[in-house]
Design a protein around this ligand. Sequence first.
Ligand code: HEM
Length: 127
Amino acid sequence: MSTPETFYDQVGGEATFRAIVARFYEEVAKDELLRPLYPEEDLSGAEQRLRLFLMQYWGGPQTYSEQRGHPRLRMRHAPFKIGLAERDAWLRCMRIALDEVELTRQQRDRLWQYFEMAAHSMVNSWF
Ligand code: HEM
């Protein structure tokens, strides 16, 4: 009996998430609003955490939770001031990254819908 293919497999597995997240952080590195929020000088740790989280979320290996425990993303973002401008900047970087990987229209839409919802749910500053 074969296991059903996950969305992670359908979009091309780790290589696809690696490409999206690497491109995303190239943009973050240049963004005047976002870059100062990241505590580490080297963004490679943050890049790895986001990549492993997304791989796990979409049905791939559960390495994120093995290394970091339960995601609790809202709680993990609480130390950073995330307003509407930060949310929009984050989404702008992600839009560029998503547009550059090879995906079907439906796959891209599904990922984008999720990112819009997730980014909005991370907003913790309304003033
Ligand atoms: C971590 C900013 C949205 C997933 C972080 C960090 C910052 C940050 C500053 C700490 C970097 C580090 O780990 O060294 C933001 C901002 C967002 C946003 C400004 C705008 C809305 C999101 C969204 C997701 C996400 C939508 C998921 C889809 C993560 C993950 C981590 C992280 C998985 C690492 C958590 C950990 O294991 O410690 N984010 N983030 N973030 N972010 Fe975001």
